[in-house]
Each structure stands twice: as C-alpha cells, then as structure tokens.
Design a protein around this ligand. Structure first.
Ligand code: SF4
Length: 407
C-alpha cells in the first residue's frame, strides 16, 4: 500500500457508465446460456450510456443538501473478493434457470442482494433449504467445511465464491491446529466469516473481540497462534494482538496480519481525510464488518459527525462544510454517486487516493470448469472452432457494470 497522498484529482462518477440495455442477452433454458455469457464478457467495447442527470441506481433522491466540498476517499467500495463473488453469481444467474440458490447473502449489501433476488436468486441460511439438484453458490465470506460438504452432497452445481484471502485464513487454522496450537482468533461473534473460519477447527479455537476477552482466556501449555477475521478495525486488532502477545510469550502469528489489503487500504484512505472533515459519511450495511470498522475509525479520528448510511436518502439534511465520503467493500459505486449528487458540493469533489488497487481474483474454480466446458460445446454447436472462439474477459468486466446489466 502506498503512503503518499496524491494531489487532488478530478472525480468522475463511475456508475454513470451503465452498460446499455442493448448489450443484454436473453438467458436460454439450462446451461447453454453460458455461450452467450462468453460473448458478453469478451466484448472489448461494451457500449456505455450515461444517465442524463440526477441520481441513478434507484436509491432515494430526496433533494440536495448542499455542502461546501466533498473529500472522497480512495480506494473505497468493491474489493477484489466482492467483485469476484458478484460476477460469479451473475454467471450463475445467466447460466441456469431460476432459482439459483446462494448460501448466505452473497455480500453484505442490501441493494446487491435485492438485485439478485429480483432475478430469482434465493438466499438461504441452511443448505437443507436447497432442493436436490439445484445450483448453489457459497458466499464470499467463506463457509464451514460441513456446509461445503452438505452443498456438494446435494448433487447440484456448487460454486464456492469464498474470497481467496479468507481461504488463506482457513488454511492457517487447519495447519496450526494440526500442529497442536491453541488458536486465538480475533473476530466478530456470529459474523459469517468468523463462523466459517472457526468451524475449520472448532476444538482448537477461542474467539476474542476485545482485550478483556484475551484476559479471560484460560492459561494453556500448548503453543498459541493468533489469527483474525480479514475485515477488522486495525486499531482494535492491534490492541488485541498486543495483549495476546503479552499473555502468551512465543505467540505465533502470520508474517502479515490476516487483515486484508482492501480493509487496510479503505481504513488508511479514510484516515487521510477524516481530520479535514466536518462530517464523515460511510456508505455500507450495518452487518458489513469492514464498513463498521470505517465508521469506528471516523469516530476515533475525532470527527464530530459520523454517519453510516445505506443510501443517499438517509443523509441528514443539515450537513455543512467539508464532508468526507467513503464506502465499505460491499457497497456499489452507484451509491457513492448518489450520495455525492445529493451533497451537491459547491466547491466540487476532491478524491484523495492513497494507492491504486489492481488485485484481481478470477472466477471460482468450479465456475471456470463449467464455463470452459459449456463454452467449448456451445462453440461447436454453433459451427465454430475452439481456437476462434472469443476469450472470456472476466478481468476487464466490473461488477458494478454486471449489476447494471442485470437490473
Ligand atoms: Fe476478500 Fe478482503 Fe474483500 Fe473480504 S474485504 S472479500 S477478505 S478482499
């Protein structure tokens, strides 16, 4: 992560670049819709259309609340893991007749979830609710091994959209518990990621959320390892990590903390602007851990007014001066555009970017296998040849464009 703050940049709303409806393709019955997906995703010049004015995305435009200036944190919003998960579920929706099932909310954002729900995705919290033979996607937060096994046992297409960085923590749990370690896991009780990670070795893990929790842990003769949920507040995690190291000399911890690059970057970017703001607006859901960490950081910076909102219509109407804006890793950019449109800053928007994120996670393996198999069949079926068929260009496709296409 870079530390230098670039100078002011001109900000251009990204979500205005909605993919034209004409680019949308009809879904065929059954899996052969994948051939159409391939053509769609490989298009080098996806047509774009800028909405004429005002706020797009269907989230409330309740009239402007003009402020002097907006400081816009960057990076913000969708991370590579969320991008991957949303695009993967979009592939599923294109590929299969509804309903497609998804274990847990694909990401913690109501707008994203509702959009998929409108397309026939059924979100469940118990694999037993999925009828035999239906396609299932497992969410980005990572699932317990028994949940993955139960999904596979139902005999349908199972696509595990777990973020690779969560998988890494699962692996660390498996390895350390296998070596006889007691694991202190810093996370939020009940959060899907924590539940899934702890289930890898429940007998070896203690969940802690605070320094007081660390103090309450029993003494142990086992070696102790420290692992963490990927989306925590850095400040909270550091305090807990320090206390754990004091309590358990010789503590093992990964070379880099488990807090992911996206969590780190979004918090660092907000830290750069918070002290310059009369108010800070954090866009994201209440059940999004990294969003709550941003909210906490803004409060900790001493900013007098901090608001976590789901959408622009939740903005208070008495904001003044300079307002900082950021978004959690599950929040679409169109929500940011809507908030800025409503703030209508008289002196404009200054984007403060601390680093560029170029991380990319390819589609889940099960989806890649499915896509390439059906794509080859469909290519032959249409009289083409495999070497001539268009490349699937998932990397260049943004999840926000996919969502717009699906709307
Ligand atoms: Fe992966 Fe981090 Fe995004 Fe979570 S916040 S999905 S761990 S990149």
């Amino acid at each position: 992560m870079g530390s230098a703050v670039d100078g002011p940049r001109q900000w251009v709303p990204r979500s205005g670049r909605n993919v034209a409806r004409g680019a949308r393709v009809a879904r065929s019955p059954g899996a052969p819709g994948l051939q159409e997906c391939s053509a769609l995703l490989s298009s080098p010049n996806v047509e774009v259309a800028v909405a004429p004015e005002g706020v797009r995305g269907g989230h409330g435009y309740a009239g402007p609340v003009p402020v002097d200036k907006v400081l816009l944190a960057a990076p913000r919003g969708f991370c590579a893991g969320v991008e991957m998960a949303i695009k993967a579920l979009a592939w599923m929706v294109r590929a299969f007749e509804p309903p497609v099932y998804c274990y847990h909310e694909i990401v913690h954002n109501q707008q994203v979830v509702d959009r998929f729900r409108d397309l026939g995705v059924v979100f469940v919290d118990d694999i037993a609710e999925v009828p035999e033979g239906r396609p299932i996607m497992l969410s980005a937060h990572g699932s317990a091994p028994e949940v993955v096994a139960a999904a596979r046992a139902r005999g349908s297409h199972v696509v595990n959209a777990v973020c690779p960085l969560v998988t890494k923590v699962h692996h660390e749990v498996k390895v350390r518990s296998g070596k006889g370690y007691r694991i202190v896991y810093v996370g939020h009780e009940g959060h899907e990621e924590a539940v899934g990670t702890m289930a890898v070795a429940p007998e070896a893990i203690d969940l802690v959320e605070s320094v007081a929790d660390v103090d309450s842990l029993p003494d142990t003769d086992q070696p102790v390892a420290l692992l963490a949920q990927t989306t925590l507040s850095h400040r909270d995690w550091a305090a807990v990590a320090e206390r754990t190291a004091e309590r358990f000399p010789g503590l093992w911890r990964p070379g880099r903390s488990d807090l992911c690059f996206a969590t780190t970057n979004r918090q660092s970017a907000l830290a750069e602007i918070a002290s310059r703001c009369d108010a800070v607006v954090v866009i994201g859901s209440a059940n999004s851990s990294n969003t709550r960490a941003l909210e906490k950081l803004a409060h900790g910076s001493g900013c007098a007014r901090v608001y976590r909102i789901n959408a622009a219509d939740e903005l208070p109407d008495d904001l003044t001066g300079t307002v900082g804006v950021t978004a959690g890793a599950s929040a679409p950019e169109e929500l940011v555009d809507a908030v800025i449109a409503r703030l209508a800053p008289v002196e404009g928007v200054e984007e403060v970017r601390i680093t560029d994120e170029d991380e990319y996670f390819p589609p889940p393996r099960e989806l890649r296998d499915l896509l390439s198999g059906v794509d080859v069949l469909a290519t032959f079926g249409f009289g083409g040849s495999v070497p001539d068929r268009p490349e699937v260009n998932d990397r260049q496709l943004r999840a926000s464009d996919v969502l717009a296409m699906l709307a």
